[in-house]
Design a protein around this ligand. Structure first.
Ligand code: ADP
Length: 150
């Protein structure tokens, strides 16, 4: 019965688009590139609990230029007061974009390719960036249930 459900979820990947499964931009935990990575900021990032954090240009949350990976913070000394931008310049992790009407099937193919990590920005012509989608969002559509995170 569970297998049938998963099979049905997999077979419907071409019938759903990334906009249906994304996390809306208003709900995304992000950082401005000008933020200083002092101990308070690093603690807040850890508390948020996400692996990948989109980085926006000061003043415009829809102008996302980069993504910070929490493990990149491992070698940061909070007393050095690096900015997010300095870290992004070191690691250079571009974040791919997908049109809001991209099917989940195509999204899965893209994530499988792997070079860009397992997150993409979702955009449409009218509103610009409207959300983010990750591999986990696609897998949840296959399983048709939430994945519990630690
Ligand atoms: P993580 O590894 O950080 O737990 P996942 O890729 O497993 O992230 O995604 C889990 C869920 O959290 C997905 O619904 C995804 O859209 C959402 N998500 C991922 N990163 C963020 C973020 N920075 N802010 C808000 N939601 C996020």
């Amino acid at each position: 019965e569970d297998e049938l459900k998963i099979a049905a979820g997999a077979m419907n990947l071409k019938g759903k688009v990334v906009q249906d499964s994304m996390t809306a931009i208003e709900e995304v935990f992000m950082l401005p590139e000008t933020a200083t990575l002092n101990s308070n900021a690093i603690a807040a990032i850890m508390r948020a609990g996400y692996t990948r954090i989109p980085v926006f240009k000061e003043g415009n949350k829809k102008d996302i230029c980069d993504v910070l990976i929490v493990k990149d913070l491992a070698l940061i000394d909070p007393d050095d007061c690096y900015t997010v931008r300095m870290l992004c310049n070191i690691y250079k992790r571009p974040i791919p974009r997908m049109a809001s009407n991209t099917t989940l099937f195509t999204a899965l193919q893209t994530f499988k390719g792997g070079d860009d990590g397992h997150m993409a920005l979702v955009h449409d012509a009218k509103n610009g960036i409207i959300g983010i989608i990750t591999l986990e969002d696609v897998v949840e559509e296959i399983l048709q249930e939430e994945i519990k995170d630690e």
